[in-house]
Every structure is written in C-alpha cells, then in structure tokens.
Write a protein that binds this ligand. Structure first.
Ligand code: AMP
Length: 200
C-alpha cells in the first residue's frame, strides 16, 4: 500500500504514521526526519536546509524530489510506504505522480488529518505564556509560520488529490485511537496498486 499523510503541524501525523507502519507492515518515509538527519550529519543538503527549517519555510522542491526519489527506490520501500511530510507543494505532488508512474505504480490513498487551526494557535499561545522566554517565542513564531505555510502551499495539494478521488479527510480532533480507527475504516475499501515491475 502506498499512502500519503497530510496535515498541519500538531495534527498528529507522526503518531498515526507509526501506527500505520505497525499495522500494515509498510515503511514510514518522513522527509522531516531525513532533513534533520542531513542537518545533523552536516551534508550539503543539510547545510542548505538548516536555516530554511529554522524559519519554518519549505526546502526547495528539486531538493525534496531528489531525496524522495532515492528513498522510494530502496528495497525496504518496495512493499509499500507511507509518506509523512511529502508532498508539501503542488509541484512536489506532480513530481511524485511522475516518479510512481515511471515505476508502474501509483498512490493508493491520501489521508488528510484535519484539525481546528484556531485550536492549534491557541495551544501555541498558551505554551508561550506558560514557558515565557526568548527561545519559546522563537519556536512559537516558527510554528505559526509553519501553519501558515501549510494553509498556503500544502492545502492546495489536498484539493488536487480530492479532485482525483484519492483523498480521505479524517477529523483529527478526537483521541489518538479515534483518529486511528477513522483512518483504518477509510483504508478498508482501498484496492492496492500493483508492485513496481510486477506483472500487475
Ligand atoms: P516536518 O518534520 O515534516 O514537520 O518537517 C520539518 C521541516 O522540514 C519543515 O518545516 C520544512 O522546513 C522541512 N520539510 C520537510 N518536508 C518537506 C517537504 N516535503 N518540502 C519542503 N520542506 C520540507
């Protein structure tokens, strides 16, 4: 099964991706984790990405597409994957379509975890008030920026997938178990695409 998980920061994507991995035996491909590893290792990509990530902005599409192209070709991803944090722009989504098409496969489902943005912002404000200090303020600013970036650049990706009939929008305001149950029922009807290179 090949899935994409969309949702603003704070929606619980990481938690739900972990549960999908355990339940379906697919790998989680988190571009945020890959970038953080590149920053920690001080690679060329890491050096380029670091300041962008600190500002809560998006790393350029060509960099991201190259990273993800390498990962979906690795053997552990052959049996299926869940993309967590990619695609974040319409250009990335188009590049992903092309990558999968070239490999004779496609996405099976896109899950968008929806949360109340006003509630996310209220949580951030609260945390700033409680912790105070310059650093918490920096983080709150970054998080606010990331939510705005999601609305502006990633929400249109969900719209594209909706048009293609691939999107399941899940209410992310419930408990973790409620959200998992809703995701599982949205996947129950999915017919899985053939393996790349398989007879189909
Ligand atoms: P995440 O852990 O998915 O929230 O990602 C952390 C940060 O990494 C984001 O705020 C972006 O700066 C960067 N990032 C992760 N995935 C992407 C992507 N697909 N496109 C552009 N930037 C990304």
């Amino acid at each position: 099964m090949r899935l994409v998980l969309l949702g603003p920061p704070g929606a619980g994507k990481g938690t739900q991706a972990g549960r999908l991995v355990a339940r379906h035996g697919i790998v989680q491909l988190s571009t945020g984790d890959m970038l953080r590893a590149a920053v920690a290792e001080g690679t060329a990509v890491g050096k380029r990405a670091r300041a962008i990530m600190e500002r809560g902005e998006l790393v350029p599409d060509d960099v991201m597409v190259e990273i993800i192209a390498g990962r979906i070709d690795s053997p552990d991803a052959a049996g299926g994957f869940i993309l967590d944090g990619f695609p974040r722009t319409v250009a990335q989504a188009e590049a992903l379509d092309k990558l999968l098409e070239d490999r004779g496969t496609r996405l099976d489902r896109v899950i968008e975890i929806g949360v109340d943005e006003a509630m996310l912002l209220a949580r951030i404000e609260n945390r700033v008030r409680e912790t105070g200090g310059e650093r918490a303020d920096d983080n709150a600013d970054t998080l606010r920026r990331r939510i705005a970036v999601y609305r502006r650049q990633t929400a249109p990706v969900a719209d594209e997938y909706r048009r293609k009939g691939l999107l399941s929008r899940i209410d992310g305001m419930g408990t973790r178990d409620e959200v998992s149950a809703a995701i599982e029922s949205s996947l129950a009807a999915v017919t899985v695409a053939p393996e790349p290179g398989g007879a189909g």
